[in-house]
Design a binder for this molecule. Structure first.
Ligand SMILES: Nc1ncnc2c1ncn2[C@@H]1O[C@H](COP(=O)(O)OS(=O)(=O)O)[C@@H](OP(=O)(O)O)[C@H]1O
Length: 364
């Protein structure tokens, strides 16, 4: 921890720094199990580079989830800062509260992933935590068992079950526990969200999404480099069609949400220009390969092979992989590679940073 602290301090003192005009104000609604930690990590690094002020949760790493977001859940504005620039930790969205906290015209972003993959990931990650899933933790086919008898396990009135049905819609503040009603009802909600969010990224088109975000936030391509964070070790082969259908039927609102914003996304790509997108993708993917070769010791590995700083939090029900860095990196290389592989929840670092007054020097 102390080496991290001094690294951050040295970087702040020694880095070239970007002009004030290159700052941005943004709300990134961090949906669960959609690749959102990878996006958040990119935003944290961009914010640090520009010396921007991040709105951190008062306690823990999320904003009193699953309660609806409130300004009361945010830690104080640091002395000397005029306003927050970035809000990007897990929350259940309340648009009005987020707008009231952030400067006018802040850019709203979020990310959606295919509902089948999202729910599968949510289910296994939160199997021991979400009440609706807990009774199934020792079952041999827990996901199938849940979907076949959901009424037995799912209590819609318990907000701790928010992730147990339509988790993306829940995070976006929609009423996600209900049965599917007439399309007129939920279409209004989706259109309202479409007016709030300048960009809804799609995890299956992650690189294209980042290029669109780059334009909105005024980032440089070099700032988009990433490695996939929070990857789950998967033992089983592809899931059956039947199970995928059951997941979609249960998560009907997430299916509509994803379909709607998938279409919106491709309209945005069209407006951006297919040729331009293709050329930039080629350059970006070359940069990603170069970065991985330059930083990483190898493929993602289990927690036992990682140092404390770089070990992602383990939920117990599944193994979450992380990255070891190459040996013999220069100081500058280490500094940027370290930030790119740092997991979402190094709560220790937040606490140390706060207790030593170094919040402005540390990302987390
Ligand atoms: N770049 C990119 N593109 C597509 N998918 C990605 C990416 N980065 C991470 N992932 C996958 O997203 C899952 C983790 O999501 P989150 O980081 O949102 O999880 S969390 O809610 O913050 O715990 C986790 O999914 P599963 O492995 O299926 O569990 C990651 O593998």
């Amino acid at each position: 921890i102390s080496s991290t602290r001094s690294l951050a301090a040295q970087q702040v003192q020694g880095k070239p720094g970007l002009k004030e005009s290159q700052s941005f104000n943004s709300v990134f609604l961090k949906t669960h199990k959609t690749g959102s930690s990878t996006v958040q990590n990119i935003l944290f690094r961009a914010a640090e580079r520009r010396n921007l002020t991040v709105a951190f949760p008062l306690y823990s790493y999320q904003f009193a989830y699953p309660q609806r977001f409130s300004r009361a859940f945010v830690d104080d504005l640091p002395a000397g800062a005029a306003h927050f620039n970035l809000l990007c930790s897990h929350m259940r969205l309340d648009v009005g509260e987020a707008q009231a906290l952030m400067p006018a015209h802040s850019i709203f972003l979020t990310i959606l992933r295919h509902p089948v993959q999202t729910f599968e990931s949510v289910f296994h990650y939160y199997r021991n935590m979400v009440p609706a899933f807990q009774a199934l933790s020792n079952h041999s086919e827990p996901l199938l068992a849940f979907l076949e008898a959901s009424a037995e396990f799912y209590d819609a009135t318990d907000s701790s079950n928010g992730l147990a049905r339509n988790p993306m819609a829940f995070d976006l503040g929609l009423n996600a526990s209900q049965e599917e009603g007439p399309s007129g009802q939920w279409m209004k909600e989706l259109e309202r969200l479409n007016r709030t969010f300048q960009l809804v990224m799609i995890a299956e088109h992650f690189d294209e999404s980042l290029l669109l975000a780059r334009e909105l936030l005024g980032l440089e391509m070099e700032e988009l480099v990433y490695v996939r964070l929070n990857v789950r070790h998967k033992e089983k082969a592809a899931m059956s069609k039947g199970l995928a259908q059951k997941i979609q039927a249960w998560n009907w609102f997430d299916v509509q949400l994803y379909r709607f914003f998938h279409t919106v996304f491709w309209h945005k790509v069209e407006r951006y220009g297919y040729m331009r997108m293709k050329q930039e993708l080629d350059a970006f993917r070359a940069l990603l390969r170069e970065t991985a070769t330059g930083c990483l010791a190898g493929d993602p590995v289990g927690p036992e092979a990682l140092t404390d700083d770089l070990r992602p939090w383990q939920p117990g029900s599944v193994t979450i992989l992380g990255y070891s860095l190459k040996q013999n990196l220069t100081y500058a290389q280490y500094s940027s590679c370290f930030r790119m592989v740092l997991p979402e929840i190094p709560i220790r670092l937040i606490r140390v940073a706060r207790s030593t007054g170094l919040t402005g020097l540390l990302l987390f």
